[in-house]
Write a protein of this length. Structure first.
Length: 369
């Protein structure tokens, strides 16, 4: 298994380690619920060094991305991020990525850990097919460390070791700055539903930044948090996980990503999307909450009036909400909020209800736009 630059620090913090996407990652340090609640009420710090970063630079970089991403990048300004999906020719999701515009014809694309190599190869193949020899593509993942600092007190903590004010930074925007004297990219973004930041810096310095943030945040209630809390936080916030809610057989219209598809421009998969938009989808991702006792897990079968209509993709007990929730793909006729469904848990059908997404929104006072 691969190890992140923070591996030894996780061991020193007595983290429980697991395999995730080929990486040895911390799943928890104390308990998932404690780390979850700390992130919602104060702040949590997450090792995200396993994710991939790909740099594109040179004449044609924007045109290359425009031709392989579903999102329209026209009008994207330097310092702005955009979420997009990268579809295959059938409209399936190769990956959902974040595109950072670093400058004119200069971008950083952030990938999921399990799709890093696939994404890099797909982008390089597209460059070659389009004859865009002026675009340099580099996988900078090994040289780049990534920490997520999330929660209502994250700005106050990060500001202690960051050059320049973080207050003006808007959601899904980033700044080039120094964190602990190290050149860094800091974006106001995350995967928890809270205000927070994603920090990119030299992988050789990311450990020192991690230590400094823990020290700066301790008086404010900062806790190191593992993949367990990251998962419960993202499910509450209605955020999707590649390999569960998305893969190369699932399209954006079948999940909650239809808004990421711009059919006014040509790109790989656009014809498949036009056809699907005209014909409609046969399955749809829904959110549900359990009305009987039980926690639904990935792969559990979903029923309506004794007929199987789908499968659970993710499920958990939601510490903030005090109830069990989850996502499932179901036949399109059963996607309406309020619909009653049954989920088979250990051979017993347990009642649940379809509810709108997201399950949780942070208090408006914390929102930054």
């Amino acid at each position: 298994m691969k190890k992140t630059p923070l591996f030894e620090r996780h061991r020193q913090l007595n983290a429980t380690m697991i395999e995730f996407g080929g990486w040895c990652m911390p799943v928890q340090y104390t308990t998932v619920i404690e780390e979850h609640r700390a992130t919602r009420s104060a702040a949590g710090i997450f090792d995200i060094c396993h994710m991939g970063e790909i740099e594109l630079r040179g004449p044609g970089a924007k045109d290359l991305l425009q031709g392989i991403m579903s999102r329209n990048l026209e009008g994207q300004k330097t310092g702005q991020m955009k979420l997009s999906v990268m579809p295959n020719t059938c409209g399936g999701i190769i990956d959902d990525l974040t595109i950072y515009k670093l400058g004119d014809e200069h971008y950083m694309v952030v990938t999921n850990a399990v799709t890093r190599e696939t994404d890099f190869e797909w982008i390089c193949q597209a460059r070659n097919e389009k004859g865009l020899a002026g675009v340099t593509i580099r996988d900078i993942s090994d040289d780049t460390g990534k920490i997520d600092l999330q929660g209502p007190k994250s700005e106050a903590i990060l500001q202690k070791i960051t050059k320049g004010s973080l207050a003006p930074l808007r959601f899904y925007h980033f700044m080039n700055t120094e964190v602990l004297g190290t050149a860094s990219i800091v974006s106001r973004s995350g995967y928890t539903g809270e205000d927070g930041f994603e920090i990119y810096a030299d992988s050789r310095r990311i450990g020192e930044i991690f230590d400094a943030l823990l020290h700066a945040g301790e008086p404010l209630g900062l806790r190191p948090a593992g993949l367990g809390a990251r998962d419960t936080l993202r499910i509450e916030a209605g955020l999707l996980l590649y390999g569960h809610e998305m893969d190369e057989t699932i399209t954006p219209f079948e999940v909650i990503y239809g808004w990421l598809v711009d059919l006014t421009k040509p790109f790989t998969g656009c014809e498949a999307f036009r056809k699907q938009r005209e014909e409609g989808v046969k399955k749809k991702l829904i959110g549900f909450e359990m009305t009987d006792r039980g926690i639904a897990r990935h792969g559990y079968r979903v029923f309506s009036n004794s007929r199987e209509i789908g499968r659970v993709t993710s499920g958990t007990f939601a510490p903030t909400l005090g109830k069990a929730i989850g996502f499932a793909f179901v036949d399109g006729a059963h996607e309406g909020a309020g619909s009653e469904i049954d989920i088979e848990i250990r051979g017993r059908k347990v009642k649940a209800r379809v509810v709108p997404l997201p399950f949780y929104r942070r208090p408006k006072a914390q929102n930054k736009s």
